[in-house]
Design a protein around this ligand. Structure first.
Ligand code: IPE
Ligand code: IPE
Ligand code: MG
Length: 255
């Protein structure tokens, strides 16, 4: 049997879906991109905008149903105030500028996280407007993880469960997952972390339990649609087992 976290109907042991249902990107390397050019780190973040739009378009065109982008972690509040302020301003600009395009492409947009009181209220309003504008779209769901922490989401689910009064013996993985923020989010099939760093950095911890991982060395501002398509190709070469034994061509397990 496929693990329940196999990416939904159609994903069988040993046979990844042709196109991953849910791709999640850790958009890393903006600072190094700028430093390599003797520019301030903030210009690396600005250069990332082109990549974001390119990857959204590539994912949508390839038939990816769910795309999640890690834009700001709960740990990123440790960065200098000027860099944080720049990022808040940049995200607001990007949201306002690209909202019509995202809507025209049929993309449903929402932001995961966004609970810290330091988030400027005007950014919160623009994001709420984008969510409302695109709420009925069915083309692809874009989740931007912003002020996101995987552990925080798990703690939130535990709090919500306790408040709901579910008896401990009734708490299953499915019941628990239903209390996570954005519980309709399917398990992640493929994580792409650019810049060569090989760690999870507290990203969607529950949902990446059985994801395939790719670590392209390219820095996020240099990552483009062909790099994304190459990642989808590499995913297709993976054999997903979910703890079971490999299957042969006819779908039978070896004796
Ligand atoms: C990722 O790029 C963007 C954010 C975390 C906001 P970095 O800013 O982490 O870039 P590097 O890792 O310093 O190169
Ligand atoms: C993870 O990148 C967060 C985002 C890409 C938004 P970081 O660059 O902040 O992570 P660490 O510090 O290398 O783990
Ligand atoms: Mg980084």
């Amino acid at each position: 049997m496929p693990h329940p976290a196999s990416g939904g109907p159609g994903a069988a042991v040993g046979e990844p879906r042709q196109v991953p249902r849910h791709v999640a990107c850790v958009m890393d390397g903006n600072g190094r991109w700028a430093q390599q050019r003797s520019l301030p780190r903030t210009l690396g973040h600005r250069a990332a905008e082109t990549t974001v739009i390119d990857v959204i378009e590539a994912a949508r065109a390839a038939g990816v149903g769910w795309l999640s982008l890690f834009a700001f972690s709960t740990e990123n509040w440790r960065r200098p105030d000027t860099e944080i302020a720049f990022l808040m301003h940049l995200v607001r600009q990007v949201v306002r500028k690209h909202a019509p395009l995202l809507h025209a492409r049929g993309i449903r947009c929402r932001f995961l996280g966004m609970t810290d009181p330091r988030i400027p209220p005007e950014l919160g309003r623009d994001i709420a407007d984008l969510r409302t504008l695109t709420a009925r779209n069915r083309g692809m769901t874009l989740t931007v993880a912003f002020d996101h922490g995987g552990r925080r989401d798990i703690v939130e689910a535990a709090r919500s469960l306790m408040r709901s009064g579910v008896p401990a013996e009734d708490v299953t993985e499915e019941v628990f997952a239903a209390h996570l923020p954005m519980p309709d989010t399917p398990d992640v099939d493929l994580v792409i972390r650019t810049s060569g760093e090989q760690r999870i950095s507290n990203f969607m911890l529950w949902q990446v339990a059985y994801a395939e991982w790719l670590f392209p060395p390219v820095l996020w501002p240099d990552f483009r649609a062909p790099d994304f398509l190459q990642c989808l190709h590499a995913y297709r070469q993976r054999e997903r087992r979910f703890g079971a034994v490999p299957t042969n061509k006819n779908g039978a397990t070896s004796p």
